[in-house]
Design a protein around this ligand. Structure first.
Ligand code: GDP
Ligand code: ZN
Length: 318
């Protein structure tokens, strides 16, 4: 009030920190943080079909004309971390523009779930996001089954790092710090695996609340895009950690069966050799994927994981 609006447009580029209910917190490129920012208009151009137009990590153009910042448009994404929203029956963006997806699992509780990790890896492959696995709570014993699964994942090229976030001077945390330096990393996993504890360990001096998830993220429609994001300035550029709300299940209903097969990265080299067009690699004759399983090039566990997903998708009519 009292200040005449600057004639013409005044736009600035900003990154979405988090948002709920179409109201966002953003960090502008010049370092300023904007809270409670709304869209200019009802929708953003080109995002009308999407469940949530913006996710943490999205880059947007802000209009500051008249002193109130409004989001004008979303800059094209490099990639999107997706999950299937069971209630809305559609894909939902949980983060955008990630350099790396850290799938966080744990020894102890919650118990390691191979199927969960395999499915998130499929999404990461299909969305072209480099993924790794962080096994937290490594101060506790890890089951033989989990150990075997992680060895299989390493054999197909995924990095696996064991951490103990709540243990002082943990070498795993130090390793992870080096690996993620200068990148934008998204932490994704079941509730209680220690994502917040990990980010606290990675960023000394930070004090994110940890513990009971229901205390931190109140349930309901306001939680859908909520995530926390920490930026650390370093000599070799900024490091960003994006924490996402924990999920219980991970479904792949947003993809078709043939897409999912390509999401198992070690299947890719075989896919073009299947005899039947549109082979689902379950029952077709002269299937190259099944031949690779028999020859030991594809691990039986990964193939079984694929078959369970394929069955679920076919049951859903995909
Ligand atoms: P989030 O839901 O994934 O963010 O998990 P939290 O960071 O809130 O951690 C859940 C619980 O696990 C808390 O009680 C933490 O103290 C505990 N926790 C986290 N990291 C470790 C760890 O490395 N070892 C052990 N033993 N407990 C941990
Ligand atoms: Zn096949």
């Amino acid at each position: 009030p009292g200040v005449a609006p600057v004639p013409g447009k005044s736009t600035v580029t900003a990154t979405v920190l988090w948002g709920a209910n179409n109201i966002y917190s953003l960090r502008a490129d010049d370092g300023r943080v904007f809270e409670h920012v709304r869209l200019k208009g009802k929708t953003l151009p080109g995002t009308e079909e999407e469940h949530n137009p913006l996710a943490p990590g999205d880059v947007v153009e802000l209009d500051e004309t008249g002193g109130t910042a409004r989001i004008l448009r979303r800059v094209e994404r490099r990639n999107t971390v997706l999950r299937w929203n069971r209630t809305r029956h559609r894909m939902q963006a949980i983060a955008a523009n990630a350099d790396r997806l850290c799938i966080v699992a744990s020894a102890g509780t919650p118990v390691y779930r191979a199927a969960f990790v395999d499915r998130v890896l499929v999404m990461a492959e299909l969305e072209e996001i480099p993924a790794m696995i962080v096994v937290n709570k490594s101060d506790l014993p890890l089951s033989d089954d989990a150990t075997e699964h992680l060895e299989v994942l390493q054999s197909v090229g995924y990095a696996v790092v064991a951490t103990a976030a709540t243990v002082d001077d943990d070498t795993g945390v130090a390793t992870l710090t080096r690996m993620l330096s200068g990148q934008v990393s998204v932490f994704f996993g079941q509730s209680g695996v220690g994502k917040s504890s990990l980010i606290n360990a990675l960023v000394p001096g930070l004090d994110l609340a940890t513990g009971d998830v229901s205390r931190r993220y109140r349930r309901g429609r306001h939680t859908t895009t909520l995530a926390r994001q920490v930026l650390v300035h370093g000599e070799r550029g900024d490091t960003v950690y994006i924490d996402t709300p924990g999920v219980r299940e991970y479904d792949l209903f947003g993809y078709g069966v043939t897409e999912v097969a390509a999401g198992f990265r070690e299947f890719r080299a075989e896919l073009s050799d299947c005899a039947m067009p549109g082979c689902t690699h379950v029952h077709e004759p002269r299937c190259a994927v099944r031949a690779a399983v028999a020859a030991g090039r594809i691990h039986q566990r990964r193939y079984e994981a694929y078959c369970r997903v394929a069955q679920t998708l076919q049951g859903a009519g995909s």
